[in-house]
Design a protein around this ligand. Structure first.
Ligand code: SF4
Ligand code: SF4
Length: 241
């Protein structure tokens, strides 16, 4: 099974990430002055009409999961990297990372179909599929068996530790409206142990970081499209709509 235990994807292991670093510099440049500051007031209103632009503070988000609940991938028979529900929507950060790793063949705009009965029971998934982000951003390529193309034949993640942000926080997920983090029902192989608090806290940070990255992406697309294009990131997005 791919291990979701070491959850932060920021470790470099001697690898250079020029595109990812440039994206981060661009964000710092855009974020250093208020989004509403002239001449961007109308741009800001347009963005605010679509979404919240305030990043979340992970320390103000509640946890709705039993203390010590942690996935146990080594004993899992239900690999969460297989099937349409496991489709990983990529953020600009993820695309930049894949560019830097020279693995852009894993970036795809081919999105799977979903069973209507499944969707009827999954309102959060329905909302996700109806979102602008699902329309615009690419996903990780699937193989002919419906598994993530980054999954190796022995069940490991070939991208780890530079895996996408969504993988880094799974099976913890954020309910944005209700402002809490919960443990996904899709992961049913876990322990409840008292010695995993540090890992769970890292999961909390990763779940919120994943959401905050969505806000960063929306702001950058609105405020710095030319620079994103220069970095080569826009060619992976579906901006036709
Ligand atoms: S379903 Fe849970 S235990 Fe199984 S591979 Fe995924 S995260 Fe690990
Ligand atoms: S990148 Fe693919 S193989 Fe790796 S954890 Fe994510 S879904 Fe699984």
């Amino acid at each position: 099974m791919s291990s979701h235990l070491n959850i932060l994807s920021g470790e470099r292991n001697g690898q250079n990430f020029p595109t990812r670093d440039a994206l981060q510099e661009l964000w710092q440049e855009v974020a250093q002055k208020p989004l509403w500051a002239p001449p961007n007031f109308w741009r800001y209103l347009k963005l605010r009409w679509r979404m919240k632009t305030k990043q979340l503070n992970p320390h103000k988000i509640k946890m709705h999961a039993p203390g010590g609940k942690m996935n146990h991938c080594q004993s899992c028979t239900n690999n969460c990297c297989v099937g349409p529900e496991s489709t990983v929507l990529l953020r600009l950060y993820d695309i930049a990372t894949l560019m830097d790793l020279d693995k852009t063949e894993l970036i795809s705009q081919q999105k799977p179909g979903f069973d209507a009965d499944v969707l009827n029971q999954r309102p959060a998934m329905q909302k996700h599929l109806a979102s602008k982000a699902w329309e615009i951003f690419p996903v990780l390529e699937k193989n002919s068996f419906g598994a993530c193309a980054a999954l190796t034949t022995d069940g490991a993640c070939s991208l780890y530790p530079h895996w996408p942000l969504s993988c880094a926080r799974f099976p913890y997920a954020l309910n944005v409206e209700a402002s809490y983090i919960f443990y996904s029902r899709r992961c049913d192989s876990f322990w409840i142990r008292s010695d995993v608090q540090e890992n769970i806290q890292a999961m909390r940070l990763a779940a919120v970081a994943c959401y905050n990255e969505r806000i960063k992406d929306a702001v950058l697309l609105e405020y710095a499209p030319k620079k994103l294009a220069e970095l080569g990131l826009l060619s992976y997005l579906n901006l036709e709509g």
